[in-house]
Write a protein that binds this ligand. Structure first.
Ligand code: CP
Ligand code: NVA
Length: 312
């Protein structure tokens, strides 16, 4: 009964647990197809505009290869190539794109930009990361967690470090929606945004999930199934790097932290790119518990699933 045709993915807050389940089921199916080199040309004759204000390896490659594998044509556009709020308003650019392409992906700074693109283009728009959210990353994270534990419900996920950033925020939303136990562990100064945090706690009440914040490592890590971290200074925050190093040092994921869960089956995750030796040690990210390469691969399958669900 789930139908996502024509929908945009701007934040997972807009998606119900059933809709997320549906996307994960398609992801599983397309991963099997992709691994067996099956080509179905689902997007034959279709075009996807991809606008990047910020750099990307995984997200660009995931969208571009997923779309091309299915016979579609993806167009990479940097702000140096198109008029984006310079000479032409964002609204006008969106309307023109909507007349020409089947879908738009946007990676950049403001959430408002991706929202306006959706409002004015009239075609599905995918948020490929903004300052606030990274919803396609969270879908890949859910897929990776489910592959490991065979379930999502009740799995305990601890995000260590800058718990206010885009990746942490989207992971918190995803965990709340899917009935998981999410703990944000970091300094008070980088707590999750109160409005989104409260909303996730409300969602959690309906899904039997839990969402909490603590600065205390022992409290956060006990019984954790997943330890997740991300860079200490995100794209656009390069000037804050020094200040963040001091603030976040106690939250580095190292072997001691991995042991503090009390479980040998705990896995380590990171959206990548990682600064080895900073937010995570070399030993942990290269170690047996790390799932970062599966997680990166799953970006492609989950993104393909989102496009299948919204375009076909
Ligand atoms: N995880 C992620 O979004 O990676 P990129 O910045 O390389 O796209
Ligand atoms: N939080 C990071 C994620 C990169 C994929 C950033 O925004 O730079």
């Amino acid at each position: 009964s789930v139908n996502l045709k024509g929908r945009s993915l701007l934040t997972l807050l807009d998606f119900s647990p059933e809709e997320i389940r549906y996307l994960l089921d398609i992801s599983k199916q397309v991963k099997m197809e992709s691994r067996s080199r099956l080509r179905t040309e689902r997007f034959k004759g279709m075009t996807l505009a991809m606008i990047f204000e910020k750099r990307s390896t995984r997200t660009r490659l995931a969208f571009e290869t997923a779309f091309a594998e299915e016979g579609g044509h993806a167009i990479f556009l940097s702000p140096n190539d198109i008029h984006l709020g310079t000479k032409e308003s964002l609204e006008d650019t969106a309307r023109v794109l909507g007349r020409m392409v089947d879908a738009i992906m946007f990676r950049g700074y403001k959430q408002e930009t991706v929202e306006k693109l959706a409002e004015y283009s009239g075609v599905p728009v995918y948020n490929g990361l903004t300052d606030e959210f990274h919803p396609t990353q969270a879908l890949a994270d859910l897929m990776t967690i489910e592959e490991n534990f065979g379930r999502l419900k009740g799995v305990k996920v601890v995000f260590m470090g800058d718990t206010r950033n885009n990746v942490a925020t989207s992971l918190m939303i995803a965990c709340a929606k899917m009935g998981m136990n999410f703990v944000a562990c970091g300094p008070e100064e980088l707590k999750p945004r109160p409005d989104i945090f409260e909303r996730c706690q409300e969602i959690a009440r309906e899904t039997s999930a839990s969402v909490s914040f603590t600065s205390n490592l022992e409290e956060a890590l006990a019984g954790a199934d997943v330890i997740y971290t991300d860079v200490w200074a995100s794209m656009g925050e390069e000037d804050k790097e020094k200040e963040r190093m001091a603030l976040l040092k106690p939250y580095q994921v190292n072997e001691r932290v991995m042991e503090m869960t009390g479980k040998s089956e705990t896995i380590f995750m990171h959206c990548l790119p990682a600064v080895k030796g900073q937010e995570v040690t070399y030993e942990v990210i290269e170690g047996k518990q790390s799932r970062v390469w599966d997680e990166a691969e799953n970006r492609k399958h989950t993104i393909k699933a989102v496009m299948i669900a919204t375009l076909l």
